[in-house]
Design a protein around this ligand. Structure first.
Ligand code: ZN
Length: 375
């Protein structure tokens, strides 16, 4: 940790790629935001988005680690929804790993994509658009469309693979899960490598980064974990670990002999939201990751006098992969996100073995245990 007097552009532990030996001549420089990054170097780039109304330029921070040897080019981005900040911390920790000095290929880290939303604690851009519905965008479109266009042109076009880090929306919490089009073999491989126990098969949403990147031939997985505007240590740890596993599976970092059998994730192909049957105050009785049965009690909604109590029950068997943390609900509000699956034993095995805090202590991420956990 640095004191305020020692502020530098690159944090302690964030070493430049290995300068020993000559870079592979085939590893051409990469140009992002008008800045050329040579093989075997690491650069922080302020990618210009637009000007603020104050005349000050608005830029997005990007860090590029361009290995000495050729290989895949992975982008990792967060805060596409400006208030989803777990991913910002995931990227901070990722960039401290000393193993990155041995990186093969290129890592492009964009910790805050939606900079205006991040500054105003908002999911959206100042033009009230959702950036993740504004892809591919255009240079002459709305601010959201222009930022989407810039991100595609500067980041996605320079990448072969991508990981997009999200959390639940405001007051909504997600059990750590990886999402993607699992019918695409390369996407499925990345999702499986990420190694969290829930893999959710999701179709492409019109205007999303994931859809636009896949049209450019860049498979992208989305990691969803935690709640907007909050840090959640287990979600952050599982995220850092997941990205390292993907880097290894792409052979961008040295692979390790697998110890024991890889855990089989639970593949989710359908899900539904249980909505509030009436307005009132919700007393939730099931947490994230709970296995539930059809008809099981999820919570109770009552008015402030305790009258008109109404039970909220599940219409199906499943596992709770998302839920609201806000007790104040209106009729029709989405309360519990239930994923459908087959076989309760598989669920138990997958979820019970998931201990992100303990896993973090072995392998490349172990050096990060020097940092006190966020509580
Ligand atoms: Zn999001």
């Amino acid at each position: 940790m640095k004191t305020s007097q020692e502020k530098g552009r690159i944090a302690k532990g964030a070493a430049a790629p290995d300068s020993r030996g000559q870079p592979d001549p085939k590893q051409q420089p990469i140009v992002i935001g008008g800045v050329e990054v040579r093989a075997g170097t690491r650069a922080t780039i302020d990618m210009r988005i637009t000007d603020l109304s104050t005349h000050t330029p608005l830029t997005a921070p990007v860090q590029v680690i361009h290995g000495r040897r050729t290989g895949p080019k992975l982008f990792v981005c967060a805060a596409l929804h400006g208030d989803e900040i777990n991913g910002v911390e995931i990227i901070r920790r990722l960039l401290r790993l000393s193993a990155l000095t041995r990186l093969r290929g290129t890592l492009i880290a964009v910790p805050i994509v939606n900079v205006p939303g991040f500054l105003s604690l908002s999911r959206y851009l100042p033009d009230r658009r959702d950036l993740n519905r504004s892809f591919p965008g255009s240079p002459k479109g709305s601010l959201a469309g222009r930022l989407a266009h810039l991100f595609l042109g500067e980041i996605v076009k320079n990448s072969t693979h991508g990981i997009d880090l999200h959390t639940g929306a405001i007051h909504r919490d997600n059990f750590p899960q990886v999402r993607g089009n699992l019918d695409d073999p390369e996407t499925e491989r990345l999702a499986r490598a990420f190694g969290v126990p829930l893999m959710v098969n999701t179709g492409f949403r019109e205007g999303s980064l994931r859809e636009a990147a896949s049209r450019s031939g860049v498979p992208v997985i989305v990691y969803e974990a935690g709640e907007a505007l909050r840090f959640a240590e287990p979600c952050i740890r599982a995220g850092v670990k997941g990205i390292v596993r993907v880097l290894r599976s792409l052979e961008m970092l040295p692979t390790r002999k697998a110890r024991g059998k890889a855990r089989e994730p639970l593949v989710i192909r359908s899900s539904n939201w249980v909505r509030a049957p009436q307005s009132g105050l919700l007393r939730a009785v099931v947490g994230l990751g709970s296995q539930i049965r059809q008809g099981e009690l999820l919570g109770v909604i009552a008015d402030p006098f305790g009258e008109n109590e109404m039970a909220v029950t599940s219409g199906s068997d499943g596992v709770v992969i998302g839920r609201t943390n806000l007790p104040l609900v209106h009729e029709g509000d989405a309360l519990f996100h239930i994923a459908h699956h087959e076989g309760t034993q598989i669920v138990a095995r997958s979820l019970e073995a998931f201990e992100p805090e303990a896993e973090y202590e072995v392998g490349l991420t172990s050096e990060l245990t020097d940092d006190p956990p966020i509580v």
